[in-house]
Design a protein around this ligand. Sequence first.
Ligand SMILES: Cc1cc2nc3c(=O)[nH]c(=O)nc-3n(C[C@H](O)[C@H](O)[C@H](O)COP(=O)(O)OP(=O)(O)OC[C@H]3O[C@@H](n4cnc5c(N)ncnc54)[C@H](O)[C@@H]3O)c2cc1C
Length: 552
Amino acid sequence: MNAPAPTALMMTGAEFRESLRALKPTVFVDGQRIESVADAPQLQPGINAIALTYDYALKPELQPVMTAVQHTSGKRVNRLSHINTSAGDLLNKLEATRIVCQETGCAQRYLVHDALNALGQVTARIDDARGSTEHHQRFLNYLHEVQDRDLTLAVAMTDAKGDRSKRPHQQANTDAYVHVVERHAVRGGRSGIVISGAKAIVTGAPYVHEFLVMPCRQMTRDDADFAVCCAVPVDAEGVTIIARPAGRPGEKLEHGDALFSRKYGQSTGVVLFDKVFVPEDRVFYAGEWEHSHHLTYSYATHHRQTCIAARAGFGDLLIGAGALMCEANGFDPGKETHLRDQMVELIKITEGFYACGVAASVYGKPDPWSKTWMPDPVFANIGKLLMANQIYDMHRIAHYVSGGLIVTLPGPDEDHNPETAARLADVLQASPDIPYDKRIQTARFIEDLTAGYQGGWYSVISLHGGGSPAAMKQEIYRNYPIGSKVELVERILERGVAADGSPAAAPHDPDRAITKNRQPGKCCDMGCSTPGQPMMVDLPTVEATLPSRREG
Ligand SMILES: Cc1cc2nc3c(=O)[nH]c(=O)nc-3n(C[C@H](O)[C@H](O)[C@H](O)COP(=O)(O)OP(=O)(O)OC[C@H]3O[C@@H](n4cnc5c(N)ncnc54)[C@H](O)[C@@H]3O)c2cc1C
């Protein structure tokens, strides 16, 4: 029997919170300077959600899903900072993300996974182009440090962007995009670069350890200064974080209507970089504009697949709450057909986009440069696009089965008003089997998730997080093998394409635009399997004995 892999440091949630005390970032929330992020009530729901990803990795029964062995170090690490080497890894990452997000709504830390996997890919590509090993080795050193110190990173990718119709170098204000202002800087005997500019939307910004700064779009030669990718500690000199509170902290803590978001939520911050020095060993590239597309493509593909799992976790919450609300109203949705239809619709939506995530894993392939595993871009983008649109249907269904109570109930203070509480409890109970307080608790939970501030947050992150729908449509069209389908029909119509091998057949024209986009890897002998062989190249490592997340 093989010896178990050594384990990198794995903090508990409490240790994660404590680790934030060692950092002194400049953070403002609602116009106030935050002295201690770890203690700021406004940020606790966000910290709680990330803390859970630490605690879950230490649960023995979740270890096969929540941890993985990093192939470049042989150490067991948190799966949310692990580099994929198989389709099974991608499946396990989906499961891990769904588990932590069904508990917290959005655990935020999965972005670390997506960014590190993309960084590994782009650094390998740059090295291949240059015939060096420098960039990828620098990335591996950083990766191992992140894993060994069990760090959480935030992804600082979306620039302020200024006028959307203009490229980075055309902006009136160059700080609209983070860019290099000094290429050969020396500070305290260390050489590096200096960056300035603004990242507009950074999830978890105040309460992470470091930022991964990455370009948010394809760059041209003229944009070379804006093609910069590096790691920056949150408290580096020159960094200012202006954030909003995470969730709805502190609202009526005991009996409030923000039942979920007072405990779990997400802060997003605008992050300003003002002449921030980044030492060389933290610079993954600076100026390599021609590789920016590979980074954004890789990150978006990983991230869109992961977002599918995160929002499936949100779907789990709505499915459970919707069923409870039906029951509290006096219905068994299995017997009341129009309510059952709604519940089935909610299940179909959730499992439908999640299934795209599964397909993206199963049809995943190694990245040609790093050889690490990439989800299939078509399924990853279709799943994210379905979710981006159907999040609004998910909210509608939760509202449909609940009735108007979710936005009309008297406030939680009334629960303790001696003049009204008993009478309200009497008249507002529905099913005789479900006490009034359980009914209103479920109603307030659904309000919080779908009809209040936090409900709006889930809609907008589903629509725009990981890129707006237009970006997904572009990727689906770009990667879908329409050419193969054209050839199929031309062959059936006997138009004489080369596939039938007849002497009269016209040779396949590689320059013909409509047939250009063909499909290596699926149903052909140029891809990851020979025809007729199973697509799966590796079995998932989820243990058969592990309770399914659907069973709780
Ligand atoms: C809750 C939340 C959390 C997020 N977390 C992070 C994070 O942690 N890190 C991070 O880096 N980003 C994060 N994002 C940012 C997310 O990736 C962006 O919202 C998304 O890429 C869209 O960019 P934008 O918000 O600037 O919208 P815009 O780019 O302004 O887009 C608005 C609309 O204009 C269209 N549009 C924009 N530019 C063009 C153009 N040139 N041509 C044609 N149409 C155009 C878009 O398709 C869209 O329909 C988060 C977003 C949300 C909502």
